[in-house]
Design a protein around this ligand. Sequence first.
Ligand SMILES: [Fe+2]
Length: 475
Amino acid sequence: MNLGRAAARNTPATANRWMRAPKENKQALKVGSFVGCVCLAGIVSLVIPARWTTSTEHWLPAFVILTAVAILLEFVSVPLPNSGSITVATIAHIATILLVPAPFAAVSVGASVFVEEVVRRAPVPKIAFNVGGMLVTSSLCSLALGFTGDIWTIRSSGGPQVFLLPAFLVVGLTYHAVNLVLTSIVFAITSGRSITHVLRANTRGTVLNDAGAASVGAFAALIWTVEPLLATLLVLPAAVVSRSFKHSHRLEVETRSAVRSLADIVDDRDATTYHHSERVAAYSLALGKELGLAEDQLEVIEQAAAVHDLGKIGVPDRVLLKPGPLTPAEFAIMRLHTEIGPRILNQFDLFHEGAAIVRHHHESFDGSGYPEGLAGDAIPYGARVVAVADAFDAMTSDRPYRSALSASDAVERLRAGRGRQWDPVVVDAFLLLFTAGAIERSMRIHDPALAAVDRGAPTHRLRPSRAPGDGGPPG
Ligand SMILES: [Fe+2]
């Protein structure tokens, strides 16, 4: 992975953050300071005395050819979940660091990154960060190699070649660790998320890919010491590593998008639940933050909330859209959505954690809910959060069997059901958010009609503020 080079390229929001002038906010100032430090450290790293060297006739051809290869490979990259990217140029970088002594290895790696960034017309701060970061990374790898012994010395020593393994391991680990930490720090600052969360998100699912790229790079270096021309044989495994990067990322994006689309189809079947899941996800995220949940928990809860009613895909229109109270038989059919949804979600690794939240989002704190009648702490915490968000949105939306409540009436109902239907701690957090105006702001952002009113545009759908309807279970 390379210091978030694709971040600005692939995500406009991140690009804009990079482009902001430092005076605009504290966050930009923090990023600017960090970039300055990394850039300075990169320049300083070039004057650190080399801990190993070899004859020019050994390293010069590797320097020239691998720099050219790295420049080409720089343009083959795959975006990561939290911005940033993995690039197969890692293969050429690792081989260069193993074959070329400091500071030339760092110059080669830095040059390839610089060319790519300039060709892509990246903003100057981003070029400075990425080039500076790669200089630091390469220099630290060269330094570490001085302790394990370099590839040229080990190969010519006539001793056990197994001593190459520590060299490969140290370079691979140092390269990825330094890269990952620097990238994660800058993403954590720009996104406002914790460093541990960004680290975890960017490491998840990419460790094998990174290790694969490093291994191919190490083999390339080893083969180079036997016969440089033979190193061209590694084009095929390099292409395989590149394809695996792309496939794993595309699979993740497509799975998320497909499942969310299914959930949106359910919302769209009923005009009164249009954008319901989107709003529930937004309220759940705000609630989770108010409750001080960890970043990875927030992500699971937000995702589960966005697909919490997915199971309604198996509920027929005559029940889902019935303009009146449901009979016991019809209600039994409606309840099935808490079983159908998790059954679908459990097919996907990405939604496995959220499946339990989806299954239990209709449980009541006193044990009177469904599908299992769980009570109190036995209900998954995320499900207790989504239950409050879901109930508020259901109460403030028109439903086939009743009109919408006003937001303040819905809040009163939540207060009345505190400790009975809903977790009191979660309800208290919701009340705090509501009092602070955060819920109403979120309603406006996620409701096209209200957003249109805010923009002064004409609208045909205004949320009425009427007397309570039947106050039935949230949808
Ligand atoms: Fe539901």
